[in-house]
Design a binder for this molecule. Sequence first.
Ligand code: HEC
Length: 187
Amino acid sequence: MKLSLFTATLLLTGTLYASEAHHSSAKQEGLHAIKLLGSTLKTQLKEKLQLDSNGTAAIAFCTAEAQALTQKVNEELPSHVKVRRTSLNLRNEANKPDALDVQIMQNYKKAFAHKSASAGLITKVERKTFTRVYKPLTVGATCLKCHGENISPEIATQIKAAYPNDAATGMKLGDFRGVIVAEVAKH
Ligand code: HEC
């Protein structure tokens, strides 16, 4: 129920955003940015996973392109909106969390551990100069290939080579993986 409400909110946000960007709330702008980054990365990942069954092309793609795609999405957004991914189980140093991210993610981690949260659980944080909107990400079946417990030797080798300090494997279905966070500057 929560999830479908969230989806409905996103659909609505997309419409509002296109026609009346100035009147949409910071939360709506944030959700729109989150949806844009999330769907861009997921679509590309799915395409790559279909191309090769063992996932080596897909992980090469994530390693090479995830940051560039994130940058591209940000270029499409208004200049007062920024969106990125981060995690407590970090793979890429470029996605390092700040203190506020850590605090929010620790709350999510506890909630997911007690099964009292769903992926629709949005957190909004107000500060003097910005609003942040957080959306949690959980480990789904497609994520296990590169973040799970039984990673193929080929993929493990690629992870080790690109991210020697990787802390994003050994995860289980339904684990809290991290967040997509949008920051909307106040003007
Ligand atoms: C084909 C391998 C692969 C799959 C499948 C995959 N990831 Fe990743 N993931 C990566 C790589 C490589 C990175 C580091 C590059 C980047 O995104 O900046 C990464 C980074 C991330 C990050 C950014 C934080 C960090 O640790 O750097 C999040 C969040 C994330 N993945 C979540 C997911 C989720 C959720 C799924 C399932 C929907 C998923 N991943 C599926 C390879 C994968």
